[in-house]
Design a protein around this ligand. Structure first.
Ligand code: SER
Length: 321
């Protein structure tokens, strides 16, 4: 991180990852030094009351610069994004938020001399022509959905700002992130969260991808660990910047259901694939993350069994069974 007590801005702070990242950063650097922001006005009282909050639309260039200036920001975590399923329904919005939003953040960072910027990408950057097993760091990137078009262009833009302007921009390709604090906002990997809620609440789930669909996933504690570890890594060790593959675990929808059944033997699942099946089929099944392991010592803590056990514990406690 830039200084001993950086002034941090988080965009998309009300989102699935942004909300938990905000809590972690507030704990670590002091609540008053971590400015949460989001386009939403109906955000949780936790986020509002635990530290400074700004309403911020990342497509509004002026407003980004105003917040950076008035809040004396020197580090940004840019977590706002339109995910794959929502993006396919609203491609123009996905371009505006993901592409123009990222460009606005990078421009503000350049003009206002921000010391460090985190801009995540996704394992979805790969397309159907990419090797799907142990997908390498450097490989074919020919995505087919608007979400991923913007993620690939975003990675290239970030690296351009690193090379051209010397900005310290970092990012990794998140797998599908599984968590229970805040629901995800319309991705293809969302089934791997919904299944837990439905299993605990109703004992059954109708899955929108097929039983043998395998995707790379990661439990939230590992996602937060990767984010912090990459941001704290020694810059001189980094050969990559904005596009690190990271892996947690890979499983099929059927394997996840079987794991849940070990805890809830009555659990029933049926499969009714919809338009998201095609999106899932254009993504990798598993990821080679050796660059992250070599350059910043990445290693996940959770596998399918430990993640499922913890998800079921947390959701059962939450739903009050
Ligand atoms: N979780 C994301 C999605 O499904 C992938 O990055 O859209």
């Amino acid at each position: 991180m830039p200084t001993e007590t950086p002034r941090i801005l988080i965009t998309g702070a009300a989102g699935q990852i942004g909300s938990e990242l905000t809590s972690l950063l507030r704990e670590k650097y002091g609540a008053e030094n971590v400015v949460a922001s989001d386009i939403k006005s109906d955000i949780s009282s936790d986020l509002l009351e635990s530290g400074p909050y700004e309403t911020l639309d990342v497509t509004d260039k002026q407003r980004i610069q105003e917040v950076i200036q008035t809040q004396h920001i020197d580090c940004i975590f840019h977590m706002s994004a339109i995910l794959s399923a929502v993006g396919e329904n609203r491609p123009q919005l996905a371009w505006d938020v993901n592409m123009n939003g990222t460009h606005n953040i990078l421009e503000a960072a350049r003009l206002m001399k921000i010391e460090k910027i985190f801009i995540p990408s996704s394992i979805a950057v790969f397309g159907p022509e990419t090797p799907r097993n142990d997908t390498p760091q450097e490989t074919i990137l020919r995505p087919k959905t608007i979400y991923v078009v913007t993620q690939v262009a975003g990675e290239l833009l970030c690296d351009y700002y690193v090379q051209r302007y010397g900005l310290d921009v970092r990012g990794c390709r998140y797998p599908g992130i599984i968590s229970y604090e805040t629901l995800p906002g319309g991705g293809t990997t969302d089934y791997a969260i919904a299944i837990f809620y439905e299993a605990v609440e109703h004992g059954r789930y109708t899955c929108f991808v097929t039983e043998d669909t395998m995707l790379p996933m990661m439990y939230m504690p590992d996602c937060l660990k990767a984010t912090m570890q990459l941001m704290e890594a020694d810059l001189s060790r980094l050969r990559h910047h904005s596009d690190f593959n990271i892996a947690g675990m890979s499983f099929t929808a059927g394997e996840l259901a079987a794991e849940i059944k070990k805890h809830l033997p009555e659990f029933q699942i049926e499969y009714k694939p919809d338009y998201r099946q095609q999106i899932a089929e254009s993504w990798p099944r598993s990821i080679d993350d050796s660059a992250a392991r070599v350059e910043w010592d990445w290693k996940p803590d959770y596998d399918l069994a430990s993640m499922a056990e913890d998800m079921l514990r947390a959701i059962t406690a939450r739903i009050g069974r």
